[in-house]
Design a protein around this ligand. Structure first.
Ligand code: BTN
Length: 315
């Protein structure tokens, strides 16, 4: 209500419109102020919103979000070990599909293959979303592919740059890593209980803030665009695109996801070297199969089906 109204809004008017007491209104105003909202209170006139916080709050993300389910429950936290760990715990306690955990920083951000994900405070997007797809566990890699497609499209919508995708889910700009996706699942033999989809996008990290280990291989939107970008519209666009592509996935239209992924990855026909647990497979990337595995044709003609690993595109 405060956002929509430029003139001061009286406590009495708000209490009437919302059907709650004036002391309840006061409590909400106090908690908004604690969150960083600057709200002016003038005796006999009412409350006026003067400024919103610099970081994305739950209310800012949810305002004009435009999704059905994704982000309807959202937990915004200043610091966590890993948003995936927090989301996993919430899911075990019965959190709904589409619940989101967003953090300003992570102390133990997790990357793929047991790596660490750099998660400095306030500059990037670290979010995890709980999904409960009714699909067989063998289709989980497809969730990762659909998330990469959704994130690439969200980046294009907000920043005007379309990242390419490196199998299975790295988002690259100018050949450097802009973001990544970590999919973790809780499942039994043939049933998925839930999936936690963790998304990290480097937004406002600057050259000097990249640690030496990723300095040559990582980038951020700020670095490419030459200006700071606001994380809020990007978070909202990610949730919207994710919901659209997830709907396509659960409707069994995996072919559309693979088609779009292939357009964005441009990997077909390229020479690749895939490393996994010390072994290297070299060959030509042929395709991805129905379950999202990468098919690589080796020099001898045999085709290897690859479900995990690091891809290096040659030449
Ligand atoms: C990768 O290695 O490419 C995957 C990186 C995934 C990072 C995100 S940040 C939010 C979520 N929480 C984590 O601990 N990891 C994922």
């Amino acid at each position: 209500m405060l956002r929509e109204q430029e003139m001061p809004l009286s406590g009495a008017a708000m209490s009437k419109a919302l059907g709650i007491s004036r002391s309840a209104i006061w409590k909400h105003i106090t908690s908004l102020r604690r969150e960083g909202y600057l709200i002016e209170a003038k005796p006999a006139r009412g409350y006026r919103l003067v400024a919103v916080p610099q970081y994305p709050t739950q209310w800012e993300i949810q305002a004009d979000l435009g999704t059905e389910q994704f982000g309807k429950n959202i937990y915004v936290l200043p610091q966590v070990d890993s948003t995936n760990v927090v989301a996993f715990r919430l899911a075990l306690k019965g959190a709904q599909e589409g619940a989101v955990v967003f953090a300003e920083s992570q102390t133990k951000g997790k990357g793929r293959l047991g790596r660490r994900w750099e998660s400095p405070v306030g500059s990037n997007i670290y979010l995890s979303i709980i999904l409960k797809p009714k699909i067989p566990p063998s289709k989980i890699p497809l969730i990762t592919l659909m998330a990469a497609v959704a994130c690439a499209e969200a980046v294009e919508e907000v920043a005007g740059l379309l990242p390419t995708i490196k199998w299975p889910n790295d988002l690259l700009i100018e050949g450097k890593k802009l973001g990544g996706i970590l999919t973790e699942a809780d499942m039994e033999m043939d049933v998925i209980n839930f999936v936690v989809l963790g998304i990290g996008i480097n937004c406002n990290m600057t050259r000097t803030s990249f640690p030496p280990s990723i300095k040559d291989t990582a980038t951020s939107l700020q670095e490419v665009l030459g200006r700071e970008i606001s994380r809020l519209p990007l978070i909202q666009a990610i949730l919207r695109h994710l919901e659209q592509w997830y709907t396509i996935l659960v409707q069994g239209r995996g072919g559309e996801i693979r088609r779009r992924w292939k357009e964005l990855s441009q990997i077909k026909g390229k020479g690749v070297a895939v490393t996994f647990m010390g072994a290297v497979i070299k060959g030509t990337a042929l395709d991805i199969d129905d379950d999202g595995a990468l098919l690589v044709q080796e020099a001898g003609g045999g085709v290897k089906r690859i479900v995990a690993g690091d891809v290096h595109v040659r030449g």
